[in-house]
Design a protein. Structure first.
Length: 137
């Protein structure tokens, strides 16, 4: 593998996979007759991985993190009935991420739109460090 020279001024080597603007088919919230009902729930997910899963010597899926099974898990969780809150769906997705040993830490955000007069988005975001993710495993 290619050697990378790090000096004292550089942060430790890290790598991530970013999933942005994934529209989820989900049912979240309880709304009254005059409430704005969101028509979109959008997920952003950043997964921190070992750099060896991104800086690869040879091309091939067996050398990288295959995110397709995780996306399928997220899709299944999103469609798994009614949620009162975005926070509950995020919690379930974090637990799903914990099932993948290659994921060392993560940042997740879920937002709904519109929220007022046909505009705006409102979201929840959480960062899960390696220690917390390890405790969930």
């Amino acid at each position: 593998m290619t050697a990378f020279l790090l000096t004292a001024t550089h942060a430790p080597l890290s790598a991530c996979v970013e999933l942005r603007d994934l529209q989820l088919k989900t049912d979240i919230g309880t709304y009254g007759p005059s409430d704005v009902v969101p028509d979109a729930h959008t997920l952003d997910l950043t997964l921190w991985l070992a750099p060896a899963l991104v800086l690869i010597e040879q091309d091939g899926m067996d050398h990288v993190f295959d995110y397709d099974p995780l996306v399928a898990d997220i899709d299944r969780l999103a469609a798994d009935g009614h949620y009162e809150t975005q926070e509950r769906l995020i919690t379930r997705i974090v637990h799903a991420c914990a099932a993948y040993p290659a994921i060392e830490a993560l940042d997740i955000g879920l937002r709904k739109s519109p929220v007022h007069q046909g505009s705006g988005s409102l979201g929840v975001r959480v960062s899960v460090d390696a220690k917390t993710l390890s405790a969930l495993r």
